[in-house]
Design a protein around this ligand. Structure first.
Ligand SMILES: [Zn+2]
Length: 225
């Protein structure tokens, strides 16, 4: 059973598996998964909307099978919550990758991304996955998409952002380089970030087998690999 996060070797083994490129191609095949349009919906990120949550962002979250409750949606689009989230987004450059050394400043406790995440998860009906997906839509290179399937596959614990940041940087960016290789093998659209490739590979690998209770996680992954 799970005893904490998968190690870097296990992560690399999954990413290096010949099926990972195939999984990415399947995910982005036209009409296969609505989530393949998560980043693309509404066109390329417009400067006007880089720091504001707009209606298209809420639809984008639904493409990932998550839903912002209607009352929270209204507060995001025309209320105080939207204003406060914008205040935090404004402090986060658009070009920072989670693999960058500087990423930590934004995601650590008290950083703007963490503050925005806390503002969202404090609202009734907004769980960690929904909050993460909404912030990932605004800063796709910095904030990873994450849900219960991926958490289970990774044997995740709290602290996912910082954990992933460290894995991406470990051993001279080994995993980051692997994700960029997979981007080519999987013919992934350029607007899709490296960390989304990570999410999609683990989600595709585990979504069929995942059980909401008593799930053993990814099979055939462990110290022996
Ligand atoms: Zn599972």
């Amino acid at each position: 059973m799970s005893s904490g996060w998968l190690g870097l070797r296990d992560l690399i083994a999954v990413l290096d598996d010949e099926h990972s490129g195939t999984a990415l191609r399947r995910y982005f095949a036209p009409g296969a998964f609505t989530g393949s349009q998560f980043e693309a919906l509404g066109g390329s990120p417009k400067a006007l909307h880089r720091d504001a949550v707009v209606a298209e962002d809420l639809i984008a979250v639904e493409l990932l099978n998550a839903r912002v409750p209607p009352g929270v949606a209204l507060d995001l689009l025309q209320g105080d919550l939207g204003q406060r989230i914008s205040d935090e987004l404004r402090k986060i450059p658009i070009g920072v990758d989670l693999s960058d050394e500087s990423a930590r400043t934004y995601i650590e406790d008290g950083g703007p991304a963490e503050l925005a995440w806390r503002l969202l998860t404090n609202r009734h009906g907004v769980n960690k996955a929904i909050a993460g997906k909404l912030l990932a839509r605004k800063r796709p290179r910095l904030i990873p998409v994450y849900d219960s399937v991926v958490a289970c596959a990774l044997r995740g614990r709290p602290g996912f952002w910082l954990w992933l940041h460290e894995q991406l940087r470990a051993e001279d960016l080994l995993m980051t380089r692997m994700l960029r290789k997979l981007r080519v093998e999987g013919d992934v659209p350029t607007h899709v970030s490296d960390i989304r490739i990570f999410d999609i590979v683990f989600w595709m690998r585990h979504r069929g087998d995942h059980r909401s209770r008593g799930c053993p996680g990814l099979p055939n992954v462990g110290p022996s690999l």
